[in-house]
Write a protein that binds this ligand. Structure first.
Ligand code: URA
Length: 364
């Protein structure tokens, strides 16, 4: 079962290909992605083996970097002009076998014209290309993955997994933020936290989550346990997530304030000003594709942070809307939602929240 064949030149695009491979494996499983010729037995006819590998795939991804077209061998001859150049051979084989070919441009490479290519791969120029950039790698690759999911038959037994390396790096970065917050004695809520034996609540869930929820502030049980949304509001959140096929572990959940304010009161401007730079760092680490805000405090902060035209809007108008925003790591969506506490005693409001959650399904 080799559905995706990655065709690339090591010298030209290796930095991108490793990351691309990790993401494809994460979504489709390692069984489904074929990248290297390492598995060719000594003495085997490697062209035949490559032809068979191409035959077994649904899609060939041709990774084209800045030197793809011009790279030469030791004698100064262009690689692409050689009959047995494996990059050319695999693409020619995919064209001959009428496979779907997706050119993926990396390192600001451009799509070659037919005149620049040997005849047997000239048709590559007509294929619609996708661009991957390091800066926007997450969203760019997600775009490619969504397109591939339309083409590749789903394997019901495969459960997509977060890339362990990415998760480890992000989890460590979050730990470092937590350690800083723990000893931030200048926090307006530090004394209250220490006097009550509370913990800061940085957030919890998948450090590489696609969807991030931001609530208001930890309550008593949250501060006692150091975990967000573990009371009745958390039950509602869990129920809503379950309704769209998600668990708490699939998403990341945090708050505008990362310590409990006294007397169940609303966050004040001084507290918001103190904690939101930490929240900014959490967002930059996780790099979610969607930020779902729970309640008006989180909504206002996020709409202002991304300087969105809706920033002065009311939650009653904006709830359930998918609003595009530009994060430093790429385009994301902001989805304002009512706070789960609001729906605790109203079946109608709960229904509204349930319907609004449906909007997140596209990102699951
Ligand atoms: N628990 C949280 O962690 N945040 C809220 O906003 C409400 C309850």
């Amino acid at each position: 079962m080799r559905h995706i064949f990655i065709n690339y030149r090591r010298q030209d695009s290796e930095g991108y290909v490793g990351r691309l491979y990790d993401h494809l494996v994460q979504h489709f499983g390692s069984e489904c992605v074929f990248m290297d010729v390492d598995s060719i037995q000594p003495g085997a006819d490697f062209l035949k083996t490559l032809e068979e590998a191409v035959a077994a795939c649904d899609v060939l991804i041709a990774v084209i970097g800045p030197q793809w077209l011009t790279i030469t061998d030791e004698e100064g001859n262009r690689r692409l002009d050689q009959w047995n150049d494996f990059v050319r051979f695999e693409i020619a084989s995919a064209i001959k076998q009428k496979k779907l070919i997706v050119p993926v441009l990396v390192g600001q490479a451009r799509m070659p014209s037919p005149a620049e290519l040997p005849d047997d791969i000239a048709a590559l120029s007509h294929r619609n290309a996708v661009e991957l950039t390091h800066k926007r790698f997450g969203p760019d690759v997600e775009h490619l993955v969504s397109a591939l999911k339309e083409i590749i038959p789903p394997d019901p037994s495969f459960k997509p997994q977060a890339d362990t390396e990415i998760v480890r790096r992000k989890a460590n970065a979050l730990k470092a933020v937590r350690a800083e917050l723990m000893s931030a004695t200048d926090s307006p809520l530090y004394v209250f936290r220490v006097e009550n034996g509370y913990f800061p609540v940085l957030g919890e869930g998948n450090p590489d989550a696609n969807i991030m929820f931001i609530g208001e502030a930890p309550g008593k049980s949250e501060a006692e346990q150091g975990r967000p949304f573990c009371g009745p509001s958390g039950d509602v959140l869990g129920e809503m997530l379950g309704g769209i096929g998600l668990n708490r572990e699939d998403v990341f959940v945090t708050n505008i304030l990362l310590d409990r304010p006294p007397d169940k009161r609303d966050p004040n401007p001084e507290e918001i000003a103190f904690y939101t730079p930490y929240l900014d760092r959490i967002i930059d680490i996780i790099q979610p594709a969607v930020i779902a805000t729970l309640g008006r405090y989180a909504m206002t902060f996020i709409l202002k942070k991304f300087d969105l035209p809706e920033k002065r809007g009311k939650i009653s108008d904006l709830h359930g809307k998918l609003i595009k925003a530009q994060a430093p790591y790429g385009e994301i969506h902001v989805v304002p939602l009512y706070h789960p506490a609001v729906v605790l005693y109203s079946a109608t409001q709960k229904d509204t929240l349930r319907k609004d959650f449906e909007k997140l399904k596209t990102f699951v």
